[in-house]
Design a protein around this ligand. Structure first.
Ligand code: PSU
Ligand code: MN
Length: 305
């Protein structure tokens, strides 16, 4: 496995010593944000995790190896190189065997985190059941990964490019605990409201760590989705975002964009149509998720000690 897996020495030492570690994805760097905000945010997120007492481990596929923990030079490569692919579970073996470089989605990052034994992972938003999935069957592999890989993902909920009620149904079917931190409504990324109740609400990172420890100590495989609503001052009105998202979906439909291209296309058009306003919110919510993930990781380590 060493041939395919490259764990940064600092991350390896932290895991060996039982210190808290937080995994981070890289699709958000290569495909989710423009340069230079992508690399600036990646570095800021890592420093927030350190400030809260955990070690950051950004995950990506570089030259045919899964890297767990990236130095600044590698973060910069992911942020600037033009031919960085997007890797979900399906794509990993292709890019490893052919020596390519790819940013990892939530699913692929969970796999990397799982291989390295990192149970907590922070991101912005996860993939889910797309609107119209009853016909297209477009359901992100992120959801299946949550069902089978024992890594908890802290996100700001899911964007309303997705069908939020169906995404929650799918997670229920597959036995994935969905817990919103400090709110009864499941959040929709840019907004704290989605119209869907959260299956569960817990009030502190410590309570979330207790829930995870209970699940995994029983040997119940799989992850959990921890939804952390965007801080009020950075949130955008749901009605405004919904109109923009609807337009992006119609465009994608006209252009017959599907498969792994669809999510990046929608995210890109939303960014363009909101003229960067959404980018500022996106950055702040990721930073907030990183802080919460680090606190959960710290509590989990002390519960397991
Ligand atoms: N949703 C977002 N921002 C993102 C993504 C989704 O709001 O950056 C990225 C994540 O990496 C997620 C991936 O895992 O898109 C899902 O892609 P797909 O729908 O093709 O599975
Ligand atoms: Mn898809």
């Amino acid at each position: 496995m060493d041939r395919w897996l490259n764990i940064h020495p600092e991350v390896e030492a932290a895991l060996r010593d039982g210190q808290p570690v937080v995994a981070l994805e890289s699709t958000i760097i290569s495909h989710g944000m423009p340069f230079p905000q992508n690399v600036e945010t990646a570095k800021r997120v890592e420093s927030i995790i350190r400030k809260h007492g955990a070690i950051p481990a950004t995950i990506a596929i570089l030259d045919g190896q899964i890297h767990v923990g990236l130095n600044e030079e590698l973060l910069h490569r992911l942020a600037t190189e033009p031919n960085v692919q997007k890797a979900s579970r399906r794509d990993i073996s292709i890019y490893l065997a052919s020596g390519q470089t790819a940013a990892t989605t939530v699913a692929a990052t969970m796999i990397g985190a799982g291989l390295a034994n990192i149970p907590i992972f922070a991101t912005g938003g996860i993939g889910g059941v797309h609107r119209g999935a009853a016909e297209t069957m477009d359901i992100s592999a992120d959801l299946q990964e949550l069902a089978q890989t024992s890594v908890a993902v802290v996100s700001a909920g899911v964007k309303s490019i997705l069908d939020i009620p169906l995404t929650l149904e799918y997670l229920e079917t597959h036995g994935v605990p969905v817990v919103t931190l400090g709110a009864s409504e499941f959040p929709a990324f840019y907004s704290r409201e989605s119209g869907s109740d959260s299956p569960y609400t817990l009030s502190t990172p410590e309570e979330i760590a207790k829930m995870l420890a209970a699940k995994w100590s029983l040997g119940l495989k799989g992850g959990a989705l921890i939804a952390n609503p965007i801080p009020e001052q950075y949130s955008l009105p749901q009605s405004k975002m919904d109109a923009i998202i609807q337009k992006a979906i119609e465009e994608a439909d006209e252009k017959a964009i599907s498969g792994k291209e669809l999510t990046p296309y929608l995210l890109h058009r939303i960014k363009e149509m909101t003229k960067g306003e959404s980018l500022a919110s996106n950055i702040e919510l990721v930073c907030h998720n990183a802080a919460i993930a680090a606190q959960i990781a710290v509590h989990l380590v002390s519960l397991q000690a």
